[in-house]
Design a protein around this ligand. Structure first.
Ligand code: ADP
Ligand code: MG
Ligand code: MG
Length: 479
């Protein structure tokens, strides 16, 4: 076994015949439990296909898992504090907004609501902090990013945890089930949304899920809706698009958001994180209307901005985390999660970063202010892109991050439409920890860690987005 491969505690390979039968059964388990998505090329409401998944849970060192679980509430608080530091946000975005329209539009909304006076002081966050193990530093977990908007799969993720319990039992590994941690991400997230809604203080108000015209990840979204209804059957949940908001929503004299005769207590954004979600100015106008309203927002524009990659990079600079947290051991633990992050402004750090990218492109990843996968540059593209932008202002909308070198683990990925049995492949796992934060500048009402997600991709791929079709859902096996 190579030094950079994690040990497997379930014997592999599985003999072909058994594997084939196991995969068939697993696919049916997925269908029977709603682990499905709409097809990319067939958006009919009547068909879905199974999510991509890994047959057996992937190894994560227990100590590292427990550490990031423990640190989630600290990260939540850090994001909350940063989101309320106007000077810091302004400094973070001042260059990017000059060259990147998307950042500029988000920032404009932030400035508009600040100018008018933010009438809903409470922000709501369902966060997910993502990590890869870093083989260059003893396989400790290092943060990839922290998502503050539309962090998906807290619905289907817990089902995969449940599936792995089932499949280990099926394959005769009852004794190993104890190594699968509990995962209550769905209930935790739904309860968080309900806790937020309650703070609105109007039991007749409704929750809006802000969604795309056609939702690919429909089961994950609906699971949240159904879980909210299970926890509190009295709360009405409606799915609405930016177009619906633009055409039919308004603010009353009290700045309440009214749509189709209902007062909106909470807006949960499942879109809004990428330019494609705003095809016209009307969509931006709809976003602004929501932000100006008294409704609670998950996330508020403050949290949305705080989750941008530029903020992550700025937070990793010496002395910055120290400004927002008080306990030294927590500050140090958070800093330990970061790898090297560099801004690309026209200053000393920026010039140094450009030189590093040109001389050792394999060591870095370039990231723009985008979410949802597929935007980063790796390997020789780092150099190529840097050569193109090194003298242009455009480079300031990007950040450069040290490339994390994760250890691999062997596994079977099951992907709809691909042959059964699947090949045994070398994979890489990314762990996500979910957090709920609800609070205003002066008071944090709720701060919790609520569960986890593992996404696993083939080790030859740079990125592993599930929705992009490159990764598979998984769960952790703690050793
Ligand atoms: P997004 O918001 O689009 O998900 P990420 O920062 O999560 O952006 O990057 C997408 C993917 O790229 C990650 O899931 C991970 O697989 C890979 N990636 C990102 N940053 C790094 C890094 N520093 N080292 C190695 N891989 C990375
Ligand atoms: Mg992201
Ligand atoms: Mg990501």
């Amino acid at each position: 076994m190579s030094q950079n491969m994690l040990p497997r505690h379930i014997p592999l390979p599985i003999p072909n015949e058994l594997l084939q039968e196991t995969v068939s059964k697993s696919k049916d388990w997925m269908v029977a439990h709603g682990c499905a998505m709409r097809k990319k090329n067939d958006y009919s409401e009547d068909t879905v296909q199974i999510v991509p998944f890994i047959v057996l849970p992937s190894t994560i060192p227990r100590k590292e898992f427990n550490k990031v679980v423990r640190l989630q509430t600290v990260l939540n608080e850090l994001m909350h504090r940063v989101a309320h530091d106007h000077t810091f946000l302004e400094e973070c975005f001042k260059d990017a907004i000059e060259v990147d329209d998307f950042s500029a539009n988000l920032f404009k909304i932030y400035e508009a609501v600040r100018e008018e006076g933010i009438c809903q002081a409470i922000s709501v966050g369902l966060f997910r902090s993502d990590y890869l193990l870093h083989s260059a530093s003893n396989n400790v977990l290092k943060q990839v990013e922290l998502n503050t908007v539309s962090a998906s799969f807290s619905g289907i993720g817990p089902c995969i945890s449940q599936f792995h319990r089932y499949i280990l039992e099926e394959l005769g590994h009852h004794d190993k089930i104890k190594n699968l941690p509990e995962n209550n991400a769905l209930t935790g997230s739904a309860q968080g949304l309900l806790d937020a809604w309650k703070l609105y203080g109007d039991s007749d108000s409704i929750i809006i899920f802000l969604v795309e015209e056609i939702t690919h990840n429909i089961c994950d979204q609906r699971m949240h809706e159904f879980e909210i209804r299970r926890l509190n059957p009295r709360v009405k949940v409606l799915r609405r698009t930016f177009t619906d908001i633009y055409e039919r929503a308004s603010l009353n004299a009290n700045k309440e958001l009214i749509i189709d005769g209902y007062t909106v207590g909470l807006v949960y954004f499942r879109i809004g994180y990428e330019p494609a979600n705003y095809p016209s100015q009307k969509d931006w106008d709809a976003r602004l209307l929501i932000e100006r309203s008294r409704a609670l927002k998950c996330p508020s524009i403050l949290y949305h901005l705080a989750g941008q990659k530029k903020v992550q990079q700025a937070l990793a600079q010496p002395g910055v985390v120290d400004r927002y947290l008080t306990e030294t051991d927590k500050i140090n633990a958070i800093k330990e999660l970061f790898v090297g992050l560099y801004g690309l402004e026209f200053n000393e750090m920026g010039e140094r970063a450009v030189q590093m990218a040109l001389s050792e492109p394999e060591r870095f990843v370039l990231k723009p202010q985008r979410e949802g996968g597929g935007f980063n540059k790796y390997g020789q593209d780092v150099k190529k892109f840097m050569l193109e932008v090194q003298n242009s202002k455009e480079r300031t909308a990007w950040i450069m991050m040290e490339r994390i070198q994760p250890p691999t683990v062997m596994g079977y990925a099951v992907i709809a439409g691909q042959p059964n049995p699947p090949p045994l492949k070398e994979m890489v796992s990314e762990l996500g920890i979910y957090g709920v934060l609800i609070g205003s500048a002066d008071k944090i009402n709720v701060n919790e860690q609520v569960g986890h997600l593992v996404r696993t991709k083939s080790s030859s791929m740079d990125e592993g987005g599930i929705l992009a079709g490159a990764g598979a859902l998984d769960s952790p096996y703690l050793i």
